[in-house]
Design a protein around this ligand. Structure first.
Ligand code: CUA
Length: 220
């Protein structure tokens, strides 16, 4: 999927968060602001809706010619999954050999992560070196925790799911305002291994002072 599209939809894609029409009950994924059954009547009636994460394989294909960055993963399986709520989505099918996948097979969503940290269990993700990496601000956390490799260049995308937050990277003192509906993209190349903190430096409510994120830089 294109980076820009993935980014626009990432909050719902990471979490299986869709929308449900308050008038007719139809479920959408990715979320929509207007129901295609109810049209204008549904404006303002669309509610966030959490997909339960279970579905059935509707169709699939095995990828042998990977896009750049996925060379080490071939062969991998991409499926069109019909979720139990009736919406279809594309996803990688994991933990199974390609020969064992079949249409109609039951699947459950998983989110791959390296480990979790902190008492809210924020995932630590380790994106491939040199790729686009994403950090999402929301009250009151930075999500996820990133693990980056020293000496590699990344494009760091920052955005907010709710309102204005500040991205202050310590101790290097890079400061950026993060506004909802805008994406800030910075090219970064960590030159030093260690643990870096992300402090929110825009007042964002009662939990503002607890809003800390983390970036780990490791030597390969
Ligand atoms: Cu987020 Cu202050």
């Amino acid at each position: 999927m294109a980076g820009a599209r993935f980014w626009r939809e990432k909050a719902s894609r990471y979490n299986g968060l869709g929308a449900r029409c308050g008038v007719c009950g139809k479920v959408f994924f990715p979320p929509r602001v207007v129901c295609d059954n109810c049209g204008r009547k549904s404006i303002g009636q669309m509610k966030a809706f959490q997909l339960k994460g279970h579905g059935t394989v509707h169709s699939f294909s095995v990828v042998h010619e990977p896009p750049r960055g996925f060379e080490t993963q071939i062969p991998y399986i991409v499926g069109l999954i019909e979720m139990d709520e009736g919406v279809k989505l594309t996803a990688q099918i994991v933990d199974i050999e390609p020969k064992d996948v079949h249409i109609g097979m039951r699947v459950k969503d998983v989110f791959r992560k390296v480990r979790e940290e902190g008492n809210t269990g924020i995932p630590v993700v380790r994106p491939p070196a040199g790729t686009d990496v994403y950090m999402l601000a929301r009250i009151w956390e930075w999500w996820p925790i990133l693990e980056l490799e020293k000496g590699k260049t990344y494009r760091l995308h920052l955005s907010s799911m709710d309102w204005q937050h500040g991205f202050s990277l310590q101790p290097v003192n890079i400061n950026i305002q993060v506004h909802p509906n805008y994406e800030m993209v910075l090219t970064i190349k960590p030159t030093q291994a260690g643990e870096f903190s992300v402090v929110c430096n825009e007042y964002c409510g009662v939990g503002h002072h607890t809003m800390l994120g983390r970036i780990h830089v490791v030597e390969k």
